[in-house]
Ligand binder design. Structure first.
Ligand SMILES: *[C@@H]1O[C@H](CO)[C@@H](O)[C@H](O)[C@H]1NC(C)=O
Ligand SMILES: *[C@@H]1O[C@H](CO)[C@@H](O)[C@H](O)[C@H]1NC(C)=O
Length: 442
């Protein structure tokens, strides 16, 4: 008896679910629906979701789409973008009840003031691939529960101040894969709850701290794949809680000793695929908990412990990627063999090199050309490099995981590699001589 009842109930629900979106109705929009999701395409130029009276009576619409159960809407016009020239401004209105809204493949061009406006319900809003060229002041405003906003894959070249306003819960903002050349000063000042900001793959050439004013809670910043050439002093003083910064794929030529000042919680800094030629001493002096430093594919000839000095304590599982830099072989790099050993000890397979050490090479000057050498113990032992003073302070033994009990960094002189190894100035000559010897032997 009970079984029959349950069966009937299921059947009723199924029929109900199917009737949510009546494909035969012609009211300018065609939807495929499940119990909770609607995927809709306009069939005529669309202005609003709730049809005007002459097309479909409101009550009929209400019964046709039992919108209470549908919480997710994808509205797109994949074939003819011109059918979606206007953001349907009633998308957040009763009887609709969407928590997740995606509008894609449209031709919206300019987002006027109050385009997306006034909802306590919507949590995630995406407006992508809609050819947006400009967002006016207060274009997106008063969405009290909005936590994530994605405006990627559009055409705007500039992002102004006050475009986003009264979004008290917004934690994640993504404006990636667009044409942004400029973000105005204080553009995000009203987004005090923001934790993650991505401006990945735009055309930004400059960056300064005014871009981040007001973002006191920001933890993740993605500026990868832009055209940034320099980052000023104290760029991140307004965002002291940053844990992740991604600057991969820019044109950075240098950073200053105070670029990363005040970033006490920084854990992951990626600066691969840039044009860095050198790093200042102690440039990460405030970032004691840094674990991941990616510097691959730059133009660095060396990265000494003096540059890393600021780290105070290099964690046993510190990830340092220096691959594909024109590193010159010298005792300055001897610490890498120690880093590699520590990293190996943290890995499951201790016979496999950690990824950042695979193919890690330095070069020995050899007349006009350079001879690549794998960075390993053999290289340094042969050249009588000594364990550098201060390394132990930088890399505590793997057993002591606790940072707070690790010794603070030693005095600068103990790290002075020039004094630690009197042979250093002669190194290139010695290396070249050794190489020559080997060549003669063969
Ligand atoms: C650090 O960030 C890079 C780039 O965003 C990412 O690939 C990597 O997995 C991150 N590492 C950690 C430990 O979070
Ligand atoms: C390291 O030693 C060189 C030469 O002895 C000296 O000029 C330099 O100031 C020293 N650097 C530090 C940080 O002590």
């Amino acid at each position: 008896m009970l079984r029959v009842f349950v069966f009937l109930l299921c059947l009723a629900t199924a029929i109900h679910a199917r009737s949510l979106c009546d494909l035969s109705a012609d009211d300018g929009i065609r939807c495929e629906c499940t119990e909770t999701e609607a995927v809709c395409e306009p069939t005529r130029p669309l202005e609003s979701l709730v049809p005007a009276d002459h097309r479909l009576p409101y009550e009929k619409f209400k019964s046709r789409r039992n919108v209470r159960t549908i919480t997710s809407l994808l509205l797109q016009s994949p074939d003819d973008k011109s059918l979606l020239k206007k953001f349907p401004n009633d998308i957040f209105k009763e009887p609709l009840h969407f928590k997740v809204v995606t509008v894609a493949h449209g031709a919206l061009s300019v987002l006027e003031p109050f385009t997306a406006f006034g909802s306590d319900i919507v949590r995630e809003l995406t407006i992508s691939e809609c050819d947006i060229t400009e967002l006016k002041k207060k274009a997106i405003v008063g969405l009290k529960s909005l936590m994530k906003l994605d405006l990627s894959m559009n055409l705007m070249t500039e992002f102004g101040t006050g475009v986003l306003s009264d979004l008290p819960m917004l934690e994640e903002l993504i404006i990636a894969h667009s044409e942004l050349k400029e973000v105005k000063a204080h553009a995000f000042v009203e987004l005090g709850a923001l934790k993650s900001l991505s401006l990945k793959d735009n055309k930004l050439t400059s960056f300064d701290n005014e871009l981040l004013t007001g973002l006191e809670r920001l933890e993740r910043l993605d500026l990868s794949y832009n055209f940034l050439e320099k980052i000023d002093d104290n760029s991140f003083v307004d965002v002291p809680r940053l844990t992740h910064i991604d600057l991969t794929g820019n044109r950075l030529l240098s950073v200053t000793p105070t670029t990363f000042k005040g970033l006490y919680f920084l854990r992951n800094l990626s600066m691969g695929y840039n044009d860095l030629t050198s790093l200042p001493d102690a440039f990460l002096r405030d970032s004691r908990v840094l674990k991941h430093l990616n510097l691959e594919r730059n133009r660095l000839r060396t990265v000494t412990l003096d540059s890393l000095h600021g780290l105070q304590v290099i964690r046993p599982d510190f990830f340092l990627d220096l691959r594909f830099n024109p590193l010159t072989c010298s005792c300055d790099l001897y610490y890498l063999t120690e880093l590699r050993k520590r990293r190996l000890a943290t890995m499951a397979n201790e016979f496999e090199d950690p990824p950042e050490f695979r193919n890690l090479q330095c070069r020995v000057p050899d007349g006009d050309s350079f001879e690549p050498r794998v960075i390993d113990d053999e290289l340094f032992v042969k050249n009588q490099c000594q364990e550098l003073g201060g390394l132990a302070q930088h890399i505590p033994p793997p057993s002591s995981q606790s940072i707070s009990h690790s010794p603070t960094y030693s005095s600068a002189s103990s790290l002075n590699t020039s004094t630690a190894n009197p042979l250093r100035p002669l190194l290139p000559v010695i290396l070249a001589a050794l190489l020559l010897l080997r060549l003669v032997e063969h």
